[in-house]
Design a protein around this ligand. Sequence first.
Ligand code: ADP
Length: 499
Amino acid sequence: MMKITPTKNNLKILVVDDEEDTREGCRRILTRMGYGVFTAGNGREGLEILEKENTAIVLLDLKMPGVDGMEVLERIQEKAERPLVIVITGYATVETAIKAMKLGAYDFIAKPFDPDALRIVVRRAHEKVELTREAEKLALERRKTLLDLSTEKSRTRTIIESLPTGVVVTNSSGNVVLINPSFKEQLGLDPGRAPGGHVEDYIEDDGFCEMVKKISCGGFNDSRDIPVYEFSPSDGRYLLAKGKPIKSEDDSCIGAVITVSDISVLKALDRLKSEFVAEVSHELRSPLSTIHEQLALVIRDIAEGKSTEDLPILSRALDKTHELISLVGDLLDLSRIEAGTGYSEPKMVKLDELIESVVSFLKTKAEKRKQNLSIKLPDESVPDIFADPLALESIFGNLITNAINYTQEGGKILVKIDILDDRISVAVIDNGIGIEEKYLKKIFDRFYRVKNEKTRFIGGTGLGLPIVKGLVESLGGTIKVESTPGEGSTFTVFLPVAH
Ligand code: ADP
């Protein structure tokens, strides 16, 4: 066996022939043609080379001692990557030709052959090898593209199926061709509901169906003109639909894609905002009109030259402006707390000292109402709190002021500090007018004030407790209230201890 270095065309050829002259002749010619050539003197040797080397063409003598050419041909056909076989034969009969062809031989060359005949037959085989390789490459690329396409398609389908937004796609006559699970859920449709029907079979809302039909049939020249559509299916939720036409390559409209989002939360926020603005306007209007009337009186009196009796009127107006200023102050505090921007300079605070100073500040106010305002500290020392001291002053200032305001003259108010496991509790206990059970939750709402005979003449904004609750929560604490009408109330704040 002899191996010749493969050259430019990189194709390897095996020559299997028991006649050395033929083998060597072939080797010379083929090497000159630029092929890498292996030679084998018998069938067994030839098969061994085929096992090891990647050979594209085999020149195979049919008549050899031992393993003959037909057997080698059969064995070659069993291989996954088969080389092309050119049969060399000295007695080319029709029968052997047919047999060899049936076994998969590609071509024939009769012995003795001249170099040109060999070159022609090898070139033809070479072309066939190249063509087969090219075809295989194309087939592989095509398979890969198809695979990519189907992966892409199933990926897109999965994404649409999992979108939190409802999606419905229609064709140009308004027939539904796709609906995703979110859409079915939003519209209360059966999860197994299939596309196929007209849009009206899925949604009862006329406005929605009109919009879908108009977009589907190309009713909007410019898709920026398509309005968004808001609607409410019966259960009080609000949905927002946005649509776009689907254009074909020639720019004609072939359907519509509509997305549907649940905007109930936004709607609720919007409503709260409007209610809040209405409440604020209401709260501001009544003291402002009082001031307006009082000032008008003073001006009239001055114009009539009898301004001497105006002092009480002016002082009432002054009180009202004071109320307004504190209302606006509370509103600003509340909006800062809700935006998370107020009271954000925490430091280590000695809570007992801070509460003592708030109590002593409010003592005069309590004494005016002949109330007993006292503080009870725990036996052990109070651990520090990590918080903005202004926030703590606002919390306890508001609670103690409420206790003073909503407790009759001569009443008792006690501020009690206790140490729990990893929290400190501060209870503001009064024996005042108390709060009915049904109002206990509401008093933490903005502007909520209990209105009854006992509270009628007590001024306030209804913003104190929402501020307190917002601040306590921003410090990682909680607040609870217990109250019995006619007996008194206890507001308890729990705050985490600083570590
Ligand atoms: P304001 O005191 O300005 O009205 P708050 O938000 O501080 O507003 O309190 C809301 C309502 O809760 C008060 O109007 C009052 O009816 C009730 N309230 C608060 N604290 C007490 C208390 N210690 N005793 C009885 N009622 C109280």
